[in-house]
Design a protein around this ligand. Structure first.
Ligand code: PMP
Length: 355
């Protein structure tokens, strides 16, 4: 007995955990500096940790699936109707929900290249396909409506990532508006703001009051430091009120995760500290790395180092884990996540030795 032919589905290979790498290197995991997955180096808010402990007894019962307190709170925060907030297991879950809501078999999405791999994976899981537009051009990673529209051919979904992963570039708001005005009626623009908190540019969520063809993704994995809890959300057009219950995975976002996210939202100081720290770290990386880097509005910096695999492996042997961007189609680049001050300085020391 075999599963159906899965050869069209690229395997998702997550970065290795610190324990596995430490074991291989014969090191203590504590001695590793992991700057490969754009996580929050300051961890979660202590308020979120307390909420997780308090919520522990709830795990024997199923969580609520819709209109949780978290939904209401997020609707309030972004001035939306609660039905417009789709809570999901990470932004990845939101991508699946939107794909299910939009794609018929053989429909296509248009996605950025280089870009986040899960957009096309989700489309293919749902019997659709993906085509790409170029984010990179020459020496810059400028994101413009024209560049998307040059590639656009009536796809059902168009993904924009801002700040972009792995480049850190942003999709300016006026370009976003131009795009929302230009695409055909059946096309949904999905603005992925997984790294939105780190950018100066305001969220595109307010566009939902004017446009019925825009959805925005957000997550608690990055600035809020809750990556392991798997909690995120999509903000969807007003007219989609009854679609959530038709596309979500039952009980996918746990009560523990929802309560932790609520507590994290209440700890603005922790988010501010995390954002400030990331901004310091990315400036430090750009200033001190002996390699060309690009301006970034995310909690990471892309650097051109020649042979990214060789550099990543050499840095790892010295206890610093960064992302080899070969899998993004950038074999000459690494992506270094923003760390604490000590982690950032260590990464620069090690990388400058091995580049
Ligand atoms: N979008 C982008 C651009 C990402 O980089 C990531 C995670 N790395 C996600 C979405 C998914 O994040 P999560 O599922 O942890 O919320």
């Amino acid at each position: 007995m075999q599963p159906r032919d899965l050869s069209a589905h690229a395997p998702y290979v997550p970065g290795r955990g610190t324990e596995e790498v430490a074991r291989e290197l014969g090191m203590d995991p504590e001695d590793l500096t992991k700057l490969s997955s754009n996580e929050n180096p300051h961890g979660p808010s202590p308020k979120a940790v307390a909420a997780i402990e308090d919520a522990a007894p709830t795990v024997s019962v199923y969580p609520k699936t819709a209109h949780t307190d978290l939904t209401e709170r997020l609707a309030d925060k972004w001035d939306l109707a609660p039905e417009q907030v789709w809570v999901s297991p990470g932004a990845d879950g939101s991508i699946d929900y939107l794909t299910r809501a939009m794609l018929e078999p053989d429909d296509r999405i248009l996605e950025p290249a280089p870009g986040f791999s899960y957009y096309s994976m989700s489309a293919r899981y749902h019997h659709g396909d993906a085509v790409q537009y170029e984010v990179s051009k020459g020496d810059d990673f400028e994101q413009t409506a024209d560049r998307v529209l040059d590639a656009y051919d009536g796809e059902r979904m168009v993904y924009l990532t801002t700040p972009h992963n792995p480049t850190g570039s942003v999709f300016p708001r006026d370009e976003l508006v131009e795009l929302a005005d230009s695409v055909e009626d059946h096309t949904l623009l999905v603005v992925d703001e997984a790294y939105g908190e780190f950018a100066e540019e305001p969220s595109a969520i307010d566009l939902l009051s004017e446009y019925d063809n825009v959805a925005v993704l957000r997550t608690f994995s990055k600035a809020y430091g809750l990556a392991g809890l798997r909690i995120g959300y999509a903000c969807v057009p007003e007219a989609w009120a009854d679609a959530y219950a038709r596309v979500n995975t039952p009980f996918a976002a746990s009560e523990v995760a929802c309560r932790a996210a609520l507590a994290a939202l209440d700890d603005e100081a922790h988010v501010e500290k995390s954002v400030e720290s990331a901004r310091w770290s990315r400036d430090y990386l750009r200033e001190h790395l002996d390699a060309p880097t690009w301006e970034s509005e995310g909690n990471f910096v892309l650097a051109e180092v020649g042979d990214a695999t060789a550099v990543t492996e050499a840095a790892q042997r010295e206890g610093v884990i960064v992302r080899d961007c070969g899998s993004f189609g950038l074999p000459e680049c690494i992506r270094v996540s923003c760390g604490t001050e000590a982690q950032t300085k260590r990464a620069v020391d090690v990388l400058n030795r091995v580049v």
